[in-house]
Design a protein around this ligand. Structure first.
Ligand SMILES: Cc1ncc(COP(=O)(O)O)c(C=O)c1O
Length: 381
């Protein structure tokens, strides 16, 4: 049985809506993007939901509008995808890693405190695997020092913190709609903010720094040309992608429920199995979503290496992932900033043992049971 690590659930209505847009004569950024943004802001409970073409773009623009510049420092977790810290480099700032907590694998507020200097301009916490991080504690630290928070919520679409949807905190909050994510637009991203002035600036920056986009000019019936007010970027989403996103958003509760049910099966079957650590099932202050189901393989107890387990699963057609190899272990961060191994003991412990099992809204219970069964027998040796 083939079990992909993750595959998007695309149904007849997404295909129908995409076809309609393709036939409509307007396939770029236009009315569908506007409709998607309106629906996203209602779902999240935020004044402004601005779509872009990736979460990477969302993070990059968030750093720019937060005023992060050359010579500044930005604190983030080493247990994340490279995009989170690459964008810090793109604005000329230095990524400063702070170790993660042993249980949640989210950034540790106490470690953040230790890394703050007078050059620290922002903190980018990641809601790892869909588990909300300690936003209250991080906010307290940031407020006291006048530091911006940019939440990397690439994994956390649909999660809640203190009863409110992630995205509505008042920070800049960035989401991803990549194919493996909780909802997808193929490629796509989102910045949320309660601040309408900041939102207006992001809208200008996402499209070449132009004061108005082509659809606004066309639909207002005015031939007035735009003004270039900033050296902006080409980060806009298209109507074809937004048409997929609108349909995906209608189904988000179902998708999240399926992911939750699968995670429950994994938890029931794997919790207590010798040599495995399972993820935290609920956040202290929030309601998690299940973007990833990541376990730790304690090779020292099992006598079998994580990479061997992964290779054996892959050999029989079960897709897996590593989320993540700690960023201080990657050549770019070592060569550019002098990071090395041994600096982040918790992240490095997780990094050497982490293994993400198949999880998506398309996965069947039968596939999940098969994965569990094969994994258990590989671990027995
Ligand atoms: C934690 C995290 N941040 C940022 C990104 C970048 O998202 P995108 O691929 O939409 O640019 C990802 C993508 O997987 C991610 O996992």
């Amino acid at each position: 049985m083939l079990v992909p690590f993750s595959s998007p659930l695309i149904e007849a209505d997404e295909i129908r809506e995409v076809t309609k847009v393709l036939r409509s004569g307007w396939i770029g950024t236009g009315p569908k993007v506007q409709e998607f943004e309106r629906k996203l802001s209602e779902y999240i409970g935020v004044n402004n939901a601005i779509t872009v073409n990736s979460c990477t773009a969302a993070l990059h623009l968030s750093l720019i509008v937060s005023g992060v510049r050359v010579g500044d420092e930005v604190i983030t977790t080493p247990m994340t995808f490279a995009a989170t810290s690459n964008v810090i480099t793109h604005v000329g700032a230095k990524p400063v890693f702070a170790d993660i907590k042993k249980n949640s694998w989210n950034i540790d507020p106490n470690e953040i405190k230790k890394r703050i200097t007078n050059r620290t301009k922002a903190i980018i916490p990641v809601h790892y695997a869909g588990l909300p991080c300690d936003l209250n504690e991080i906010s307290e630290i940031a407020r006291a020092k006048n530091i911006h928070i940019i939440e990397d919520a690439a994994h956390a679409f649909g999660a809640r913190y203190d009863g409110q949807r992630i995205g509505s905190s008042g920070n800049l909050v960035c989401f991803s709609f990549y194919p493996t994510k909780n909802i997808t637009t193929i490629e796509g991203g989102l910045v949320c903010t309660q601040d309408t002035h900041i939102a207006d600036l992001i809208k200008v920056l996402r499209l070449h720094g132009q004061s108005s986009d082509a659809w606004s000019r066309y639909s207002s019936g005015s031939a007035k040309s735009y003004r270039v007010t900033h050296a902006g970027f080409k980060y806009n989403l298209t109507d074809v992608q937004a048409a997929i996103g609108i349909k995906q958003l209608e189904k988000v509760n179902r998708f999240l429920e399926i992911r939750k049910r699968i995670a429950k099966i994994y938890l029931e079957e794997l919790n207590g199995v010798h040599g495995i650590i399972v993820p935290v099932s609920e956040a202290e202050n929030g309601e998690r979503v299940w973007h990833l189901f990541t376990i730790l393989i304690k090779s020292e107890e099992l006598g079998v290496d994580r990479d061997v387990v992964m290779a054996k699963l892959n050999e029989i057609g079960i897709g897996t992932g590593i989320h993540y190899e700690a960023l201080n272990l990657h050549p770019f961060y070592q060569n550019q900033y002098g990071y090395h191994d041994g600096m982040y003991p918790v992240a490095e412990y997780v990094s050497a043992r982490t293994l993400s099992l198949p999880l998506s809204a398309k996965l069947t219970d039968e596939q999940v049971i098969y994965v569990i069964d094969r994994l258990k027998s590989i671990l027995k040796g």
